[in-house]
Ligand binder design. Structure first.
Ligand code: FCX
Length: 440
């Protein structure tokens, strides 16, 4: 079966039964205890959400439906199934979306069907194109993306059916599926229009129906080299999801829980991704590396790098690209990108400097006892990779992240409606409440 909607329709009743069983069997069990420090400290370490698509192990990193990043690189279909060489090893994001949605590794035929479906749904109407082309160019590209998604909201099938009173609770997942698939299909086009508008005199490039979702995105931005298309395929695969609690995934889920449609929900998620402690870190890494090179050149000593870390921290800032709220070891998404760059960009000076930094900085950060994880995260490498391949406009990088994150956020949203999850509404307490409760 190559029709994703039909495959999910068969899985949904089994999963609903599993959720019911979990609720009935364990509904009254205690998950854990949490402290006042955790309540005030961003709920770190508290299990407070259910997302069936991925989980983040502090040491192994992200595990998508049971598969690690290296396993996915091995098992997921590639753009050219016949080419077995190292230059054609990046997984197709269509494959990871199929896996996230169904829990099953897809066949080439299933991935191909998804590629065609997204091609068919991917046209962005001229009114939306004009809307983007009329946005002031000094808006940040993430602001443009968020606004364009809101513009597309007028076509939401869920919002229309709900407004007409034509949809029953048990069927919510279907229009959420339709909207989500439309959003995923259109987002590379929207993102490419933003890129061409902001950085290439608004000269747009037509979609190429022969290309896969990621390859076509690279093409519509204006990059035809094989290596860039491969990089974008891998990039869009590994950034797609990082369990349910990260800012972009959680925001999308939270907004969606109010039955705001997928466009409203993901626009909100994109706004969260645009924060420098989250997705914007990739542009920040590039920014400081460029400053560093301007001051010191690409051949720097380890001591220069250590001094830089001290300088950043003593001025009350964070070293972008290092640390994580959940991970306690180097992010496997970072390793994935190191492997890519060592093969495709082995002589690149900026990449060499980045690898030197990734060696030196964690040791230095370890000397600051308060930092729970000194190791490189996904954002440490991604911007430098894009820069070295010619995509040098670093203020755009988080948009590439957002194109990828749409996969995980939309898959989660569809499943949230299929599971019939309720509106999210945690309690909050004022300071007096803490005094009254704990005063001895
Ligand atoms: N540089 C300097 N200080 C750091 C640091 C870093 N890279 N990482 C953590 N710290 C500091 C924190 O700011 C905090 O200081 P404070 O007590 O004075 O406020 C202290 O160390 C303890 O933080 P910790 O528990 O280790 O980390 P948190 O869970 O609070 O924060 C993030 C996690 C990711 C926000 C933090 O490590 C950071 O700011 N890193 C740099 C920005 C970055 O790379 N973000 C991308 C993360 C990720 F990959 C993504 O979501 O995209």
């Amino acid at each position: 079966q190559t029709n994703l909607k039909k495959v999910i329709a068969e899985i949904i009743p089994q999963k609903q039964a599993e959720l019911k069983e979990v609720k009935e069997k364990y509904g009254d069990k205690v998950v854990g205890q949490y402290t006042v420090k955790q309540v005030i400290g961003g709920m770190r370490g508290m299990k407070g959400l259910m997302s069936d698509l991925s989980r983040c192990d502090p040491y192994q990193g992200i595990i998508f439906r049971g598969y690690t990043i290296p396993q996915l690189k091995e098992f997921l279909p590639k753009a050219d199934p016949k080419a077995a060489d190292q230059a054609n090893q990046e997984p197709l994001p269509e494959g990871i979306f199929w896996l996230l949605m169904t829990g099953q590794l897809p066949t080439h035929a299933q991935v191909d069907a998804l590629k065609h479906e997204w091609q068919n749904r991917g046209t962005v109407n001229q009114d939306c194109v004009n809307f983007i082309l009329n946005l002031p160019k000094d808006l940040h590209s993430m602001t443009m993306l968020s606004m364009a998604l809101l513009y597309l909201q007028k076509d939401s099938k869920f919002a229309k059916l709900y407004d007409e009173g034509k949809i029953s609770k048990k069927d919510y997942w279907e229009p959420f599926y339709e909207d989500s698939m439309d959003l995923i299909a259109k987002i590379p086009r929207v993102a490419a229009i933003i890129y061409r508008h902001k950085y290439r005199d608004s000269k747009l490039i037509d979609s190429d129906s022969k290309l896969d979702w990621a390859g076509n995105y690279a093409h519509m931005m204006g990059f035809e080299q094989h290596v860039v298309k491969e990089c974008i395929r891998g990039y869009l695969s590994i950034h797609c999801d990082h369990e349910g609690g990260n800012v972009s995934a959680h925001t999308t889920h939270l907004v969606g829980s109010a039955l705001s449609d997928p466009y409203l929900s993901y626009s909100a998620g994109v706004n969260g991704l645009a924060g420098p402690l989250h997705g914007l870190a990739n542009q920040e890494v590039l920014k400081w590396l460029l400053q560093f090179i301007e001051e010191k050149g690409t051949k720097v000593s380890d001591k220069d790098i250590e001094d830089y870390v001290d300088h950043v921290i003593s001025s009350g800032r964070v070293v972008p690209g290092y640390g994580h709220a959940v991970l306690r070891d180097t992010d496997p998404r970072f390793h994935h990108q190191v492997d890519f760059s060592k093969f495709h960009l082995k002589d690149d000076q900026m990449i060499k400097l980045l690898h030197q930094c990734a060696d030196v900085i964690p040791k230095k950060l370890l000397t600051y006892k308060k930092i729970a994880n000194p190791y490189p995260n996904v954002d440490c490498h991604s911007g430098v990779l894009l820069y070295s391949l010619g995509l040098t406009e670093y203020q755009y990088y988080t948009v590439v992240f957002a194109v990828s994150r749409a996969l995980g956020c939309m898959a989660n949203l569809i499943w949230s409606r299929a599971f019939g999850l309720p509106i999210e509404r945690p309690g909050s307490a004022d300071l007096k409440w803490f005094h009254d409760k704990f005063r001895e």
